[in-house]
Design a protein around this ligand. Structure first.
Ligand code: TXA
Ligand code: MG
Length: 346
């Protein structure tokens, strides 16, 4: 299949008649799947009503069909067409954080969505992305758009259109390129079916942010323990992994260098994923810097690109510095843990 490519240079000025957006939206209307930028990562969108379109998303990604998709909307009013019994704290969260990197899980209305979107669950994940290209595309398509991250299943999520093409060229109808995404990690997923919000996947909107609006919030206990019994079905799969095995290590750059030297002696080519503050101090086959410890949002933004970049390096094994888990650090360490398959060097 030919994968069309649209470069949307000045995305501040996108409006629904922009020809590139229009062409992409027409493909979505026809039941094709198109990748597009959001403020978190690039998504792979298909319209939510057609089984056939949703099937194409799962197929292109190689995603297990029991892992449900997020439904993206361009207008808060659309929530009531898709969901019912929405608790007042969930409305407050939508008011506070939409458009933005927050996904709410609420009871779904029957007969509106293809069953495949929700993988047979009676709940639906809803999100209004904060990106002009995404909002224009959804508006122009005139239908909510189901979109997982636009990577092959198991790979790090794409933060550039090139990442999307690396994974999905020839497998999807097109990609809208608006440059690098902003947050760099996927949205915070919050279960809003109980008495108070529960974070199922940490992201750019933190538990503290949610608590400040909803009064009370918690993080899924499974997630707290970093174990593998998922509530968000996506939590059970290995994710984000570079090709070489990845280990996480806490400690000084000197302590990490010592481990690198040990592996070198065993004849291994070692890669190091480091904060920019420390990157220059390592002696290894490949050192990739990913953001600054003084601004964790920069680490979030650069993490997936850095994990992907290791696939271009001749390394047998990778060691990653651990980051603090405050604020967006919780999301960073959640993704890094998954990429490492929870392997730590003690
Ligand atoms: O930032 C994002 O959220 C990106 C961009 C493209 O919007 N999308 C994204 O989608 O990360 P995806 O499919 O890669 O992740 C969706 C997560 C999965 O962990 C899935 O299991 C969970 O949301 N999820 C979806 N529907 C759910 C539901 N009804 N109940 C519980 N978890 C759900
Ligand atoms: Mg994903």
């Amino acid at each position: 299949m030919e994968t069309k490519y649209w470069f949307v240079d000045n995305f501040q000025e996108i409006h629904q008649h922009y020809p590139q957006i229009k062409e992409a939206a027409e493909l979505i209307q026809r039941g094709e799947v198109v990748a597009f930028p959001t403020e978190t990562v690039y998504g792979l969108g298909g319209q939510v009503k057609l089984d056939n379109a949703v099937d194409k998303i799962f197929k292109a990604k190689g995603r297990p069909s029991d892992n449900p998709l997020i439904v993206h909307i361009a207008d808060k009013k659309d929530v009531d067409e898709l969901a019912h019994s929405i608790p007042s704290y969930a409305r407050k969260l939508m008011e506070a954080f939409w458009p933005g990197p927050l996904t709410v899980i609420v009871p779904k209305k029957d007969g509106v969505l293809s069953e495949r979107v929700t993988a047979g669950l009676n709940t639906v994940a809803l999100r209004m992305p904060n990106h002009p290209a995404a909002l224009a595309l959804i508006k122009e398509a005139g239908v909510p758009v189901a979109a997982p991250s636009a990577n092959r299943s198991g790979k790090p999520s794409p933060t550039t259109a090139q990442h999307v093409l690396d994974d999905l060229k020839g497998r999807i109808a097109g990609v809208v390129d608006a440059g690098e995404t902003g947050v760099g990690l996927e949205s915070t997923v919050v279960d809003c079916t109980g008495d108070y919000p529960i974070v199922l996947r940490p992201g750019g909107v933190t538990e503290a942010d949610i608590k400040a609006v909803a009064g009370k919030a918690d993080t899924n206990t499974v997630l707290k323990k970093q174990e593998d019994a998922p509530k968000a079905p996506g939590m059970k799969y290995t994710h984000y992994a570079p090709e070489a095995p990845l280990y996480i290590m806490e400690g000084t750059a000197q302590a990490i260098q010592k481990k690198v030297d040990e592996w070198k002696k065993e004849g291994k080519k070692v890669g190091v994923l480091a904060a920019s503050e420390n990157a220059a101090s390592y002696r290894a086959e490949a050192v990739i810097a990913c953001g600054s410890r003084s601004d964790l949002s920069s680490v979030a933004r650069e993490l997936y690109g850095a994990l992907r970049a290791f696939n271009e390096k001749p390394v047998d094994i990778i060691i990653a510095e651990a980051f603090p888990t405050e604020g967006v650090g919780a999301a960073i360490m959640n993704r890094l843990e998954k990429a490492a398959g929870h392997k730590w060097i003690k």
